[in-house]
Design a protein around this ligand. Structure first.
Ligand SMILES: [Zn+2]
Length: 194
C-alpha cells in the first residue's frame, strides 16, 4: 500500500525529513498521517490493500474523503467489511479517483446540473480561493446544500471552494440586510490584492 507518508515513518512513529517538510508546507496533514496509520494496520487483515495508493485522506463534517489512484476505488469497494469498519470509525465515505481537478470534482457532486463558472483568486499569502457559480434553477437538482459542497469540495481540493447561486445577490429583500458572506469575501479578496 502506498500512503501520503512513507510506510516506514508510520511504523517507526517518526516522520523522515521529507515527510516532515511536506507536513510543514501543508501538502499533507496530521489527518493524512492518522488515517494512514489506521489503514496500514488494516492491511494485515485485508491483504488486497497492498495494491492501493492512497493520495489523501480528509474529513468534511461527518464524511470521510479518500483520494486514491485511478482504478483503486474498486479495491476498497470490494472489501465490504473494511468499508463498514471505515464508516463506523470515520463516517460516510466519499472516494475520489485520480488527481482532483476542480471542475471535474464539482461536476461529480452537482450532477445532473452544471456550474455556470469558476473564479479562482490568489490572496497575497499564497492561498487560493475558488468561487463556483451555480444556477438558482438547479438548486433542487443538486443533492448537497452550499455548505456541504463547500465542506466536501474544499476537503478534496485542499483549498477553499465556495459555492454561490447566481441570483442569490439579486434578491431585493436582501438589499437592506447585512452584506452576505459572498459579497464580504469578494470585497476582502479585492482589497487584499492591492
Ligand atoms: Zn517519510
Amino acid at each position: 500500500m502506498r500512503l501520503p507518508v512513507c510506510n516506514f515513518d508510520i511504523e517507526s512513529d517518526m516522520l523522515c525529513p521529507n515527510c516532515q517538510a511536506k507536513l510543514d508546507r501543508g501538502e499533507i496533514t496530521e489527518f493524512d498521517i492518522q488515517f494512514s496509520k489506521w489503514l496500514l494496520e488494516k492491511e494485515k487483515q485485508y491483504p488486497s490493500l497492498d495494491g492501493l495508493t492512497l493520495r489523501k485522506a480528509a474529513t468534511a463534517g461527518s464524511r470521510l474523503i479518500l483520494v486514491v489512484n485511478k482504478k483503486n476505488k474498486e479495491i476498497l469497494l470490494a472489501e465490504e467489511a473494511l468499508m463498514q469498519e471505515i464508516t463506523d470509525e470515520y463516517g460516510e465515505i466519499i472516494i475520489i479517483e485520480g488527481a482532483p481537478k476542480l471542475r471535474r470534482i464539482v461536476r461529480e457532486f452537482i450532477t445532473p446540473a452544471n456550474e455556470v463558472g469558476v473564479n479562482s483568486l490568489w490572496s497575497p499569502d499564497g492561498t487560493k480561493e475558488n468561487i463556483v457559480m451555480l444556477r438558482v434553477e438547479d438548486r433542487e437538482r443538486i443533492k448537497y446544500d452550499n455548505d456541504e459542497l463547500r465542506e466536501i469540495i474544499s476537503a478534496i481540493m485542499g483549498e477553499s471552494v465556495l459555492f454561490e447561486y447566481q441570483d442569490d445577490r439579486r434578491k431585493p429583500e436582501q438589499d437592506n440586510e447585512e452584506p452576505d458572506a459572498f459579497d464580504e469575501k469578494m470585497k476582502n479578496l479585492t482589497e487584499r490584492r492591492f
